[in-house]
Design a protein around this ligand. Structure first.
Ligand SMILES: Nc1ncnc2c1ncn2[C@@H]1O[C@H](COP(=O)(O)OP(=O)(O)O)[C@@H](O)[C@H]1O
Ligand SMILES: [Mg+2]
Length: 236
């Protein structure tokens, strides 16, 4: 997918924290409806990369072209207000983001995320899965062309994960470009069109799950084992 379908492109992103280089020249692009997984171990630079794409942090070098409209950002730590209800949180964030039709956006997100029957529940009383749904609903309030999610499934049990992915796949089918990070190789293999492997701030691989499997040379190992071997052979 290329050309007019491309909604986000980053070239040569570099980010330093003091003398430590968290990103060393990372390039990537995403198109309408594409699901891109950024896989890598802890400390690889996933959060740094996504927060730069989200516009929350600035790179020290490199260029970024983002869509004219909003980019949806779902951080790993939800910035929700526990004492407010689900609907109140959505309303608050819709106002902060200057969404044109606040009530319309709130109703649409309650509907889409299946949270309508929880609208008057205090966020603090929700299960982890439902809280994550509110977190994602906040990221989608402005109907962004690009949705960025940082380890969206990390705190969820298998059933909640399943529901989360069904919802995210639906968004992608509706045309949203989705870029998410995970350290779960199997999950990335199952729920992405394209995988980016990041280790120590370096992009080691970009391609389809089948191409990564081939590059890993999965001789006898399961995919996860082959992936660890892939990182080891490249000195990580
Ligand atoms: N605000 C910060 N200040 C200093 N170092 C940081 C900061 N944020 C991240 N780092 C360092 O940058 C590297 C990449 O971190 P991060 O992007 O959080 O990786 P990941 O999300 O893949 O676990 C790590 O070595 C981390 O310690
Ligand atoms: Mg992280």
């Amino acid at each position: 997918m290329e050309g007019e379908d491309r909604v986000l492109e980053a070239v040569g992103l570099v980010k330093r924290y003091g003398t430590r280089e968290a990103l060393s020249g990372v390039s990537l692009a995403a198109s309408r409806g594409e699901l891109v997984a950024v896989i890598g171990p802890n400390g690889a630079g996933k959060t740094t990369l996504l927060s730069i794409l989200a516009g929350v942090q600035r790179p020290d070098a490199g260029s970024l072209s983002r869509p004219a409209g909003e980019v949806g950002w779902v951080p790993q730590q939800a910035a929700l207000y526990g004492k407010l209800t689900v609907a109140e949180n959505l309303r608050l964030f819709a106002r902060l983001e200057k969404v044109a039709d606040v009530e319309g956006a709130v109703e649409r997100m309650l509907e889409q995320t299946g949270l309508a029957d929880r609208r008057d529940d205090q966020v603090a009383t929700l299960s982890g899965g439902n809280r994550q749904r509110v977190n994602i609903a906040v990221g989608l309030l402005a109907e962004p062309e690009v949705l960025l999610l940082d380890e969206p499934s990390a705190a969820l049990d298998p059933r909640q994960r399943e529901r989360l992915w069904r919802f995210i796949l639906d968004r992608a089918r509706a045309g949203t470009a989705v870029i998410y990070s995970t350290h779960d190789v199997a999950e990335a293999e199952r729920y992405a069109h394209r995988l980016l492997v990041l280790a120590d701030g370096e992009l080691l691989f970009s391609g389809s799950p089948a191409e990564l499997e081939a590059a890993c040379g999965a001789g006898g190992l399961d995919f996860e084992g082959a992936f660890v071997e892939f990182l080891r052979r490249r000195g990580h």
